[in-house]
Design a protein around this ligand. Structure first.
Ligand SMILES: NC(=O)c1ccc[n+]([C@@H]2O[C@H](COP(=O)([O-])OP(=O)(O)OC[C@H]3O[C@@H](n4cnc5c(N)ncnc54)[C@H](OP(=O)(O)O)[C@@H]3O)[C@@H](O)[C@H]2O)c1
Length: 284
């Protein structure tokens, strides 16, 4: 049994989908099983990371592994890891962040949060694998409301370059880390296969939707929080500063998705094709 936190989210849902398709027993944790739309083969369990140890314990019955999502466990990482270890879990695959690398700004709030998460896992006594993805393709869902409303998308840094990674590729690496030998103590840096600018992302989404979308750059000081709904409150200024540094700069491109899974990382265009409804498909 593999326990998945963040199971209704981008990566977690993809992971639950892949594991159930492979007939691997999965327990998918969510705050609200009634709203979770998870694959039939998954056991869905209500999760309150602040619960007493006695209430966390059953979540790990029969489990040998845990997928750890930072936001889903919040301030309760240690308690969740302790319950997992007590329940027989031996291996944790952590959804960390590519921000953790040599030369990183160690005061950046996203660095601080993920470095703390990794440290707690290291100290837990459990075996671990750290996944350090860079920008998610799913971040472009931030434009969905604007795309539904019209053909102009306003945002900062038209020329910001990332190599957006498909959540299914992060999930596929996580699945291999659980199921194959050789991933304990490994750190996997994960990216998509190619650099795509913000402006190109909007153009690619337009092609997928059959719409002539246009990106209009706004200065960073005009950015509002609703343009970045996936960014935790308070982290937007730091994110915008990091973003500014990516304008015109070739991003890291890693081959780890292919080397671990045997399949090349999916392109941003493939991602948009699979997310047309999420992106605001509407009649022309
Ligand atoms: N976005 C990026 O570019 C990027 C880059 C590198 C690393 N990351 C890492 O990946 C994570 C995002 O992964 P994702 O996109 O798969 O996650 P997600 O879709 O945003 O959320 C996953 C699930 O976690 C639960 N959750 C989310 N926020 C919560 C909160 N504040 N309190 C309690 N539960 C919460 C929710 O499940 P329920 O409602 O069902 O409980 C949600 O469906 C980031 O937090 C970061 O650690 C992201």
């Amino acid at each position: 049994m593999i326990v998945v936190t963040g199971a209704t989210g981008n990566v977690g849902h993809a992971l639950v989908t892949q594991l159930t398709a492979a007939q691997i027993p999965v327990r998918a944790l969510t705050r609200d099983p009634g709203r979770a739309r998870l694959p039939e083969g998954a056991e869905v369990a209500r999760f309150d990371p602040a619960a007493e140890p006695a209430d966390l314990a059953p979540l790990f019955d029969g489990a040998f592994a845990l997928f750890l999502h930072m936001a889903a466990v919040g301030e309760h990482t240690d308690a969740v890891l302790a319950a997992a270890r007590k329940g027989g879990v031996q291996h944790v695959v952590v959804l960390s962040s590519g921000i953790i690398e040599d030369g990183a700004d160690k005061t950046h709030p996203i660095y601080v949060a993920h470095a703390d998460l990794e440290q707690r896992v290291r100290e837990s006594g459990l075996g671990w694998t750290f996944l350090r993805p860079n920008a998610f393709a799913a971040n472009s869902l931030q434009w969905a409301d604007q795309i539904r409303a019209g053909d102009i998308v306003r945002g900062p840094f038209a020329g910001a370059l990332t190599a957006p990674i498909h959540e299914a590729d992060i999930a596929a690496v996580a699945a291999r880390a659980f199921l194959d030998d050789g991933h304990r103590g490994a750190v996997h840096r994960l990216t998509g296969p190619a650099a795509v600018s913000t402006e190109e992302q909007i153009h690619t989404i337009g092609q997928a939707l059959g719409r002539d979308l246009r990106f209009v750059e706004v200065p960073p000081e005009e950015v509002t929080a609703d343009m970045f709904p996936h960014v935790p409150a308070g982290m937007l200024p730091a994110i915008l500063e990091s973003f500014a540094e990516t304008v015109g700069v070739t991003p890291e491109i890693s081959s780890t998705v292919e080397s671990v899974t045997g399949t090349p990382a999916r392109t941003f265009s493939e991602w948009t094709q699979g997310h047309k409804n999420d992106l605001g498909l509407r009649p022309p």
